[in-house]
Design a protein around this ligand. Structure first.
Ligand SMILES: CC(C)(COP(=O)(O)OP(=O)(O)OC[C@H]1O[C@@H](n2cnc3c(N)ncnc32)[C@H](O)[C@@H]1OP(=O)(O)O)[C@@H](O)C(=O)NCCC(=O)NCCS
Length: 262
């Protein structure tokens, strides 16, 4: 497949801090590295706890991802990764389960054992990013393959930008997947999961935390947590035969890579 990327817009002011404001009065709310997530738009309907994901949680984790992330992550939506109610993507399942072994992935669980959010984390380095892991499997799924090629392309560009900006950083905490139950969105679950991930990263001596955002909302969450955007590619500029490969839904207009030094 030959893919054309509009050269002039691959990198938009790469070291700029991206900020999202609903209105002028919100500018004061932007968070610094040490601040806590912004106030959730509405309170959580029931108590929940954040816990480390273990192998025993594999089924619950996959159950959540099949119901939400596989179906509603913007790139998965664009390629219609899940065509039928009960179908799945084994390649994405394998990729998701790989992160459990490091012991840094988190899930938000209610008192009634309902998984309302997951944050799958892993280690990458300043030179080897996530694509090394995703390229391991042979992929027969054309749709997933399309998404994977895009993620690998942006992954490499993000890695280059980070190496340029933070040449001294070796060990990087990488947020591979972030997902919240539809009924719990906009309540600060993603921000809390990433905030807790960042704490684990600090404790374990990572130099940097990195989040590759295909969604406007995940980008918004990390911008709120004080992360800086080092790379952006607008979906309309990732082109094949003159047409954008991914027709993402509003407001998901671009793919971004956000980082924060620990
Ligand atoms: C991205 C995702 C994990 C965000 O989860 P979440 O728990 O709703 O996120 P938060 O509540 O922490 O909110 C993050 C920001 O997005 C905003 N937001 C989240 N959902 C929103 C919605 N449906 N409409 C408007 N704003 C929304 C929040 O208000 C918040 O911004 P603010 O701090 O300026 O108020 C969730 O939308 C999701 O699971 N999407 C599908 C999977 C996906 O795309 N994952 C990310 C791939 S990188």
């Amino acid at each position: 497949m030959s893919v054309y990327i509009q050269p002039s817009v691959i990198l938009v002011d790469k070291f700029k801090k991206m900020r999202f404001f609903r209105n002028e009065s919100e500018t004061e709310e932007v968070m610094s590295e040490s601040s806590t997530p912004s106030t959730p738009t509405s309170p959580a309907p029931e108590p929940y706890e954040i816990k480390t994901i273990t192998n025993a949680d594999s089924d619950a984790l996959l159950g959540h991802l099949r119901k939400f992330f596989f179906k509603d992550e913007p790139l998965n939506v664009a390629v219609q990764l899940i065509e039928y109610e009960n179908s799945t993507c084994p390649e994405l399942e394998r990729y998701s389960l790989k992160s459990i072994k490091e012991g840094t992935s988190l899930m938000a669980v209610t008192n009634t054992n309902h998984v309302i959010g997951v944050c799958l984390n892993g280690t990458i380095t300043s030179t080897i990013s996530n694509e090394a892991e995703t390229e391991e499997d042979d992929c027969e799924n054309v749709k997933f393959s399309k998404v994977r090629s895009f993620l690998n392309y942006c992954g490499k560009e993000g890695t280059k930008a980070i190496a340029q900006r933070y040449p001294d950083v070796e060990k990087i905490m990488f947020v591979k997947i972030i997902s919240t139950d539809t009924a719990w969105r906009g309540k600060g679950i993603a921000k809390e999961l990433m905030d807790r991930t960042r704490k684990i990263g600090r404790e374990r001596g990572y130099g940097l935390i990195r989040v590759d955002c295909s969604s406007y909302f995940s980008a918004r969450a990390v911008a709120r947590l004080g992360f800086e955007c080092v790379y952006e590619l607008k979906y309309k500029d990732y082109i094949e035969n003159g047409q954008p490969i991914f027709q993402t839904e509003h407001p998901h207009l671009s793919f971004t890579v956000y980082v924060q030094k620990m």
